[in-house]
Design a binder for this molecule. Structure first.
Ligand code: ADP
Ligand code: MG
Ligand code: MG
Length: 882
């Protein structure tokens, strides 16, 4: 079995399609090599070797040893260097790289192959002793930390002591002589901590590093990251062993990272950072302040230090054309790592760039317009869930504000919350229901759980490609990075800036689109939609076949939904109209009435108010269906429950308290969700539904007379039997025809039911004899299928998900196997009786992309979701259709 795949400029065993086997990094290194781009030669140990390692008690597979040996010999031949050779030492990096990119989560070791002898060889060969020692001290730190498990703090302390002693602040000012002393102290520390010397044999170093990279697949932060991004644990990581190139060989050498387009805004401009005379992670680690790539960016940011375009013009030109090639080749924005060794460019990594929702939208639209991708591909590239972010509030430009500090606009969006200074505090306060803002000097992979719990992140150090910035963008959290004027004390739990101090728990607001941090909470407003947003929605509408309706009962929600492109109301919950101040007393009067006559008297008071509600909705939804569900909840929900409330209501309703109490008791149920509710109310107290249907058709006639086109659909909830259905349909039609005839009007309408009980789904053919549409009420249908109360499931659902019994919360994402099967049955049976029966879904699932894909698959006509989800649903429906 082939465990090892080699790559060298101009050729490679692997290619970009082999991510599962070679990991993303390895597959793309192979692809770039084949494209003839300047990639340092190397080879990749497959993810299969890692899987084998974990399945076999952490042992390497047979044959790996020999294959690595051969690959290493070939690498020596290609580079003309020798692994362990003193005259011309080959140094390598040992890099992790899983299928899905997990930036910074796993480990990498650079400069491997150095020891007390080869470092001298490197010094002699390059004529630069300082450089050789710089590599060695980096190697000792990284290797000791990653492979030997020695904390890097110890090394940092040693280096800081030396810097203090020498009176220098940056690493680049440390001389060869002084590095020697640092290295001696480093080695002494390893000896002291481990009781053994720093390993000198390059072969031992290599296998130690390979083991460590495999091991890093199971470290806590990698595990957490996988959980957050639904990455399976059994994928494993590949290991890339690659000959080193050096960005730390003086001022014609450099290292950097770049995006082919701006990952925050999506603007089509090369974007990134670099450092002269530096290696590997120096850029992201925030050790020195990185410089810009382009002259234009430097000028925009008011930087003084030269851009790469100015400092290294020739290499820069080559670099720009290289990344353009990459973007065209991959047909997507690339996030690259590169190094310049004495004026020569090397590409070290490329991958499809992570981006903000805003950037994703702009990039997809731009690329489709540039002809690089098709509109369908543009649609498929967007995460419908992420689109949601763009629909969320931003700071009201007119609101008063006090600026506390300014940093970089690292991840857009506004947020407001209590400040905390550690990841653990963020998790703790968030769990208690607080909105928190995590404030750190800089973040590291150890903070990831806190970043996840926080509404937003602020850092005092680090650039646009710092850990905080990259992770925040990936998580969709607003972030301000590098707010250098903030002086943070994590111990005291406070920060100060511009002469003011803010303590743990104080409220701040930040705007990740401008990089500003403000005092207190600031009013937010609804966002405006960009042309790109409208373009994507137009494309989505072109390709989707599912209609998207909304769940709304108030005029405000209905208008919002229309603004978002809703094609009607799929669920108008009439009980929400019963709670309004002006009518709840009449509703209570109806419930408290002793007999039908008393109820009718009270209902007569409600009728004009209901009618007015429908008039407005019909006008807003002119020409679009309005699906009205008749009263659904048990009546006791409208009655007061606490002694104080009972007293107040009794007074207002002018009934004795005892009577109210008695009625409340009579109506109380052990199991209200399976009790006297839904159409059971309409069957037992027909006058209630009669009033509602009357109100609907009176309203329809009124607006029709005004020239509108009302399209009411009357929906009966919680139907279980054919007899219920027949009775309710007959009642509805009798009333409707009566009103229409009296008014001399014609209004087309349908009468149907929600399918929310398994029995209804199983007997859908019978229900369809009278029902003209089905709307799957999947909240209740999930509840009744699983026998899980949606109001009480919170306590055990999470443990169920953690134990892997449920993959997802079935109330969030439709269960395709069980609930979905019932939908499928109901669809088939319903259509047997009534081939043109209209079918839709109106549970929470109507706005969930995975559930929408299911609806497409079973051939429903529409989904209905809350107003803010409408754009998400339009996109998800298009994706399901493409
Ligand atoms: P990560 O996945 O955390 O980005 P990488 O394996 O990409 O880790 O490596 C970390 C850093 O080391 C990157 O900046 C990369 O460019 C640099 N690096 C890796 N391999 C080499 C090499 N062979 N020569 C020079 N620099 C390297
Ligand atoms: Mg990398
Ligand atoms: Mg229901």
């Amino acid at each position: 079995k082939q465990w090892v795949y080699a790559f060298a400029a101009g050729k490679a065993d692997g290619n970009a399609a082999m991510k599962n086997l070679l990991g993303g990094k390895g597959a793309n290194l192979a692809e770039m090599s084949s494209l003839g781009l300047p990639v340092p030669a190397g080879f990749t140990v497959t993810t299969e070797a890692c899987v084998h390692y974990y399945q076999n008690d952490k042992t390497f597979p047979d044959g790996l040893d020999a294959q690595v040996k051969t690959a290493l010999t070939n690498l020596e031949a290609v580079t003309g260097k020798g692994f362990g050779s003193v005259e011309n030492p080959l140094l390598v990096s040992v890099r992790s790289g899983a299928r899905a990119s997990m930036p910074g989560m796993m480990d990498t070791v650079l400069n491997l192959g150095l020891n007390d002898q080869t470092v001298e060889g490197l010094a002699a060969l390059t004529g630069d002793r300082r450089f050789a020692l710089d590599c060695y001290r980096r190697f000792i730190t990284m290797y000791s930390n990653v492979v030997l498990g020695v904390s890097h703090h110890g090394f940092e302390d040693i280096l800081d002591d030396h810097k203090d002693r020498l009176g220098v602040t940056v690493d680049t000012d440390i001389t060869a002589k002084d590095w020697e002393r640092v290295i001696a102290d480093y080695k002494a520390k390893v000896q002291a901590d481990l009781g053994q010397d720093f390993p000198q044999d390059p072969q031992d170093q290599l296998w130690g590093a390979v083991k460590a990279v495999f091991g890093s697949w199971m470290n806590d932060r990698a595990k957490f990251y996988r959980k957050m991004h639904d990455i399976p644990e059994d994928w494993g990581t590949a290991v890339n062993i690659q000959s080193m190139v050096f960005g730390n060989m003086g001022d014609t050498s450099a290292t950097g990272v770049a995006f082919t387009r701006n990952p925050s805004t999506g603007d089509n401009t090369l974007y990134g950072e670099f450092l002269l005379n530096a290696q590997g992670e120096d850029v992201v680690a925030g050790i020195r302040t990185p410089q810009t790539l382009t002259k234009k960016a430097r000028e925009e940011m008011g930087e003084r230090n030269p851009s790469m375009e100015e400092a290294l013009p020739e290499v820069f030109a080559q670099f720009r054309s290289t990344v353009e090639t990459l973007e065209k080749h991959y047909r997507d924005v690339q996030d690259v790592e590169f190094t310049v060794e004495q004026g020569k460019l090397f590409m070290l990594q490329t991958r499809n760039a992570k981006r903000t929702s805003r950037a994703a939208l702009k990039i997809a639209v731009d690329m489709a317009k540039e002809g690089l991708i098709t509109p369908q591909e543009a649609l498929m590239r967007l995460d419908p869930g992420a689109l949601d972010q763009l629909l969320h509030p931003m700071l009201d430009p007119k609101a008063e504000r006090t600026l506390i500090a300014r940093g970089l606009p690292a991840s857009p969006g506004a947020a407001c919350g209590k400040i905390v200074f550690t990841a653990d505090d963020a998790v703790r306060l968030a769990a208690a229901g607080d909105d928190v803002i995590l404030v750190r000097d800089e973040t590291s992979p150890e903070d990831i759980h806190g970043m996840h719990a926080a509404k937003a992140i602020i850092t005092a150090r680090g650039g646009m490609t710092s850990h905080a910035a990259v992770v925040a963008r990936g998580m969709g959290r607003p972030c301000v990075s590098g707010a250098g004027e903030m002086v943070i004390s994590t111990e005291r739990g406070e920060f100060s800036a511009r002469g003011q101090t803010f303590r743990f728990g104080d409220i701040v607001t930040l705007d990740g689109s401008t990089g500003e941090v403000f005092k207190g909470s600031i009013r937010m407003i609804e966002p405006e939609f960009s042309d790109d947003f409208h373009q994507i929605m137009n494309w989505a509408d072109e390709f989707r076949t599912l209609k998207v309706l909304t769940n709304a009962e108030t005029p405000a929600d209905a208008r919002t939904a229309i603004g978002f492109g809703a094609e009607g109301i799929g669920l108008c919950r009439t009980e929400h109209m019963f709670f309004d101040e002006d009518r709840i007393s009449a509703v209570r009067e109806m419930i408290l009435a002793d007999d039908e006559a008393g109820r009718r008297k009270a209902l007569a008071k409600i009728l004009p108010m209901q009618k007015a509600d429908f008039v407005e909705l019909f006008k807003i939804m002119n020409g679009l269906p309005v699906t009205i569900r008749l009263l659904d909840p048990p009546l006791h929900e409208f009655l007061p429950h606490t002694p104080e409330d009972i007293k107040l209501v009794a007074e207002a309703a002018e009934v004795p308290e005892e009577k109210l109490l008695k009625r409340t008791k009579e109506l109380s149920e052990t199991n209200p969700m399976l009790g006297w509710r839904g159409c059971r109310l309409g069957i037992t107290f027909p006058e209630i539904y009669e009033m509602q249907v009357t109100a609907i058709f009176e309203a329809a006639c009124d607006v029709k007379a005004e020239g509108f086109d009302p399209q009411p659909d009357i929906m009966h909830p919680l139907v279980a039997t054919k007899e219920e259905m027949a009775k309710l349909v007959a009642m509805t039609k009798a009333i409707a025809e009566g009103v229409l005839k009296a008014r001399g009007a014609e209004v087309a309408y349908k009468v149907g039911t929600m399918i929310e009980l398994p029995r209804a789904a199983l007997l859908a053919d019978k229900l369809a004899e009278t029902a003209e549409f089905f709307s799957f009420g999947t909240n209740d249908l999930t509840q009744t299928t699983y026998g899980i109360s949606r109001d009480d499931s919170g306590r055990f659902l999470n443990p169920y998900i953690e134990k892997g019994i449920f993959e997802k919360d079935p109330f969030v994402s439709l269960d395709p196997d069980g609930v979905g099967q019932l939908i499928d049955i109901a669809r088939t049976k319903g259509r047997t009786t009534r081939p043109d029966i209209k079918l839709g879904i109106c549970g929470e699932h109507g706005g969930d992309p995975a559930s929408i894909a299911f609806c497409q698959k079973v051939g429903l006509d529409y989904v209905s979701c809350s107003p803010y989800r409408v754009p998400v649903a339009r996109l998800a429906a298009a994706q399901a259709a493409i």
